[in-house]
Write a protein that binds this ligand. Structure first.
Ligand SMILES: C[S@@+](CC[C@H](N)C(=O)[O-])C[C@H]1O[C@@H](n2cnc3c(N)ncnc32)[C@H](O)[C@@H]1O
Length: 266
């Protein structure tokens, strides 16, 4: 049985290669879990060492893209963790904490289910055009899918029948296209949360960053969370994933509003 962690020098070579190939910095990922995931992927590429695996990825662009998708994990769906969106809907509605939101950011938006969910909620609360929705991801492929706005039945399984009728058009191949009324409401852009380079939206009323930083090291997680807090306006709200937490919320200037919701202290 090979030991779980790779040799340092070999791993360093691989990290350099992957930075060029996938534009992803592996050193920001939790190492034990990362090495385990890489071993799983290597077996698919019939590679025994990371050097061989890098050559395999470089020579097989399609497979490389597929593994990159698996690596970044683009899993999403509309109204993911529906109870959190029920709470968010109340907060965005009249008299709610985020009622006047004008700038909302879905950070790590994958193929668009999350920001379009927000667009639906905003539209149904009579707020739509006066609120700008930003949606960013590191992966250009998912952003292209998001802009196309084509989804599967599985993606929309948590969408109510009424919203389904209002916001989707069924295609002949069984897929569904998001309404042309919602699509222009979301501004999609590529952004690496680990290296935003000052391009992140600022002064946001609401930020969703869910199921994105789960595999990062504690240090990288903390760095992203600090950056997100800086991007909120005072009083703005951060919503994280249903398995996540902000360990040092008050140090970051956040106040808990109940599970998974945090408010930036004014
Ligand atoms: C599991 S999806 C989450 C999608 C959505 N937020 C949700 O909860 O349904 C994680 C997304 O984070 C993106 N991602 C991973 N690392 C990232 C980084 N450093 N910067 C920006 N996005 C990243 C991936 O490309 C992927 O689309």
């Amino acid at each position: 049985m090979p030991s779980e962690l790779f040799d340092d020098a070999e791993f360093e070579r691989f990290t350099r290669g992957i930075r060029k190939l996938w534009n992803i910095d592996l050193s920001s990922y939790g190492q034990r879990q990362l090495h385990r995931r890489l071993r799983g992927m290597m077996s698919r590429g019939h590679a025994e060492t990371l050097d061989e695996f890098l050559v395999y990825l470089s020579n097989n662009p399609a497979e490389s893209e597929l593994l990159k998708d698996r690596f970044t994990i683009n899993v999403s769906e509309f109204f993911r963790d529906a109870h959190l969106f029920a709470k968010l809907e109340k907060m965005l509605g009249p008299g709610g904490e985020c009622a006047g939101a004008r700038k909302v950011w879905s950070a790590g938006c994958s193929y668009g289910a999350e920001p379009y969910t927000l667009a639906m909620i905003l539209s149904d609360t009579g707020r739509g055009s006066d609120c700008q929705l930003y949606a960013t991801d590191i992966d250009q492929g998912v952003l292209e899918r998001a802009r196309a706005g084509i989804f599967t039945e599985r993606d929309i399984r948590n969408v109510s029948e009424q919203r389904r009728q209002r916001y989707f058009k069924a295609n002949d191949d069984g897929t569904l296209t998001i309404s042309s009324q919602l699509r222009p409401r979301v501004l999609f852009a590529k952004l690496d949360l680990l290296a935003p380079g000052g391009k992140q939206p600022m002064n946001c009323d609401l930020i969703l960053c869910r199921n994105v930083i789960i595999y990062f090291t504690d240090e990288a997680k903390a760095g992203v969370q600090q950056m997100l807090v800086r991007s909120l306006r005072p009083g703005g709200v951060l919503l994280i994933g249903a398995t996540e937490r902000v360990p040092d919320a008050s140090d970051l200037g956040l106040q808990s509003m109940g599970p998974f919701f945090y408010k930036k202290v004014a």
